[in-house]
Design a protein around this ligand. Structure first.
Ligand code: HEC
Length: 132
């Protein structure tokens, strides 16, 4: 009896995690590839995001360093992280990322990340924004 309960207590949290599909997010496997595909074209070198906000997204250190105004990732809290808020559409439309302006739409590049990618970025931040 005791053993059964002990077992349950040990396995329940693991099952909960699996059940919600919330295994640990890996920065190198799950996050940087999204940035490489959808952000780096503007957030590196002479890209407009790099020039206007000085935000480089080419690797973990740059992503964590933030913009010329400061950090955009607060480890442990997606809702305090500008990086999450701009991709999740929780800011004014003008500052959503990738840009959603009429001009961007006209150039065929105003779009949102997939709900799956947005959720993974949120989870990665909530799990401590690790370099894993
Ligand atoms: C088409 C170019 C472009 C793409 C693609 C792009 N950005 Fe940006 N980004 C910008 C520009 C330009 C700014 C500066 C906006 C400003 O200062 O008003 C910016 C600013 C930001 C900021 C700072 C916002 C703030 O208020 O300080 C973050 C965070 C950001 N981008 C994240 C991303 C992420 C994440 C992606 C990919 C999902 C992305 N960006 C894709 C152009 C881009």
């Amino acid at each position: 009896m005791t053993t059964a309960i002990t077992r349950l207590m040990l396995f329940a949290p693991a099952l909960l995690l699996l059940g919600c599909g919330q295994g640990e997010v890996s920065y190198s496997r799950d996050i940087q590839p999204v940035f490489d595909n959808y952000c780096v074209s503007c957030h590196a070198g002479t890209g407009e995001g790099a020039e206007m906000s000085e935000y480089l997204m080419t690797d973990y250190d740059n992503v964590m360093e933030g913009t010329k105004h400061g950090k955009v990732v607060v480890a442990g809290s997606r809702m305090s992280s500008t990086l999450y808020l701009v991709v999740a559409g929780r800011t004014a439309p003008e500052i959503r990322m990738p840009p959603h302006t009429d001009e961007s739409f006209a150039k065929g590049r105003g779009f949102m990340l997939s709900p799956d990618s947005i959720e993974r970025i949120g989870l990665w931040i909530d799990q401590g924004a690790k370099n894993n």
